[in-house]
Design a protein around this ligand. Sequence first.
Ligand code: SF4
Length: 356
Amino acid sequence: MAADMTPLIVPDTVIPAGPEATSWTDVDPTIDLWAEIDRLRKEKNAVILAHYYQDPEIQDLADFVGDSLDLSRKAAATEADMIVFCGVRFMAEVAKILSPTKTVVLPDLDAGCSLEESCPPDDFAKFVAQHPDHIVVTYINSSARVKALSDVIVTSSNAEHIVRNLPADRPILFAPDKHLGSYIQRQTGRDMIFWDGACIVHDMFSERELVKLKARHPDAPVAAHPECHEGILKHADHVGSTRSILDYVVEHPADTVIVATEQHIFHQMQKSAPGKTFLAAPGADGTCNCANCPYMELNTLEKLYLSMVNEAPRVEINEDLRLQALKPLEKMLEMSPPAKANQETKSQNGKGKAAA
Ligand code: SF4
């Protein structure tokens, strides 16, 4: 399962808006953006996919809202001509890798990810080359070039399941999230080494402040994302992907739940369980201000509208790179447990078509 170590010489995987693109600040504030986006969605046979960490107004007009695994599956299955990916760059890249004939746009070219940035492909290639006997398991929060150097991609939804099903006699190199990797190691007991990366949002939660919050709400269970450090995870009653946290807080009988993940997910929680109280796990200053992803926040309704008008910024991927990155992504889809029938969030308010 060793990856091809040939250096990848490729252009950037994302091209900027064309000369016809205008700044979001030029968008006429009197335009009904919802109506215009809906018109473009129909006119261009587009599907709008939004991550749970997007602004609520984007979640509400999307055709589908989900976590990375949900959205990868949607991107692979869509019959739309254009995928408008309201998330960060690596997610739009995955959509293009899985659906190369589709036009894939994202509202803001600068919507990156601290995990992706922590793992430069050339350095990662050296790390992989130093451990030739290891199976390379890479979190989906990584660049296409890093994926191309991997044996299998995982998300927080399927990482434990996939790692458990890898050959037991082989050690594992896990990248780029050391916290997710360490959590999977504790769960599975596998022989693993880690790339030293972390999510700037999930790394900021404070164990000290969480303990104080729990003391004030002793009956509230804690649900945490495995990108959090161990100091948070050891206090959690549930550890899982964004989707599994959503299911947990809705199904749990408690009226109040403490949640340690990016706080835009609260929008779906409040819609799914309107009578409950959701408390954000605090950062070191005792507030939840750390729990906003600055990359996800770059996408706005105005930029979404412009990306549909201009069909840019558009993701384009060198075909050799795409094929190398496709292999470990297909392996992930093949090894993932099947999606539950109800494991899909269609926008309640979106006016677009129901199928993608
Ligand atoms: S929340 Fe963290 S892992 Fe997710 S996109 Fe933002 S920086 Fe990346």
